[in-house]
Design a protein around this ligand. Sequence first.
Ligand code: GDP
Ligand code: CA
Length: 326
Amino acid sequence: MRIVVPAGGIGGARFLRGLKAALGIDAPTTGNQSTDSPITVIGNTGDDITLFGLRICPDLDTVMYTLGGGINEEQGWGRADESFTVKEELVAYGMRPTWFGLGDRDTATHIVRAQMLAAGYPLSAVTEALCDRWKPGVRLLPMTDDQVETHVVVEDEEGRRAIHFQEWWIRHRAALPAEQIVSVGAESAKPAPGVLAAIAEADAVILPPSNPVVSVGSVLGVPGIRDALVDKTVVGVSPIIGGAPVRGMADACLAAIGVETSAAAVAEHLGSDLLDGWLVDEADTGIEVEGIEVRSRPLYMSDPAATEAIARAAVDLAVELSEGRA
Ligand code: GDP
Ligand code: CA
């Protein structure tokens, strides 16, 4: 069974670990399993930012490190066993910004990426090269090789302006009210090589509990991707439980686009043309969304077994709904 997963960072990566377990995908010991894995991940690159001359791809790296065993488990991002000497040295030079934490081990990843991009390789080729080391056991594709950046329109004492999503999210902790969220460059972006083919060949698409606006929404915003997904059986896992995000600040993103923070409103926003099935938590049992098959079950990714069970439920629902279509 071939499955495509449009994913963001932490929530997406944790879910993918469960999906690998549910499909019995072991850590590859040799070779680069990226090309023959039954799972293709379409990674969000809307969070990407250039800092210190380095192209930073937080969601791609979080998926790669999490599935490849290099993630800082408590934090959910960045490398395990990390140190921050480079960051201290940059501060000593007065380099800005100081709010982004790039660790020493992580810096090596970014030097490899910077060097390959400077040599003319597209981001998809760079990602594949990095995955040669990490062997995430999935095929990890960026949503696009073109530059697409999520910017947030805010207004405060400094006036009305658009800032990069990372500045809003990390520096301001999404506390500055967002008036608008804009995917800069999306209109002219093309899906990365392999993305549309992977969707065409997929038996099912699963939307993990990733941020519905700035993660899944960014992937869907690349022209061609949403249209391709609509033809498939798509099952989503709600990132909203009982009217609140489980962790993080997804409610601030939903408010910015005028969508209520509820499992039902997020499903309606994603659309019944796209979503065939929607898993909600037991706290949301009884919600109905027209045109979408809603099922409730425990949705907290509290440990590997619970996460695997969520992933299995998503796969089972996709199989059931695609049999209904055939
Ligand atoms: P990303 O969007 O995948 O980059 O990751 P984030 O961690 O920023 O966002 C993940 C989204 O998933 C947030 O909106 C959370 O509300 C949600 N989430 C986080 N943990 C869980 C969980 O254990 N279960 C469910 N159902 N949703 C979760
Ligand atoms: Ca569909």
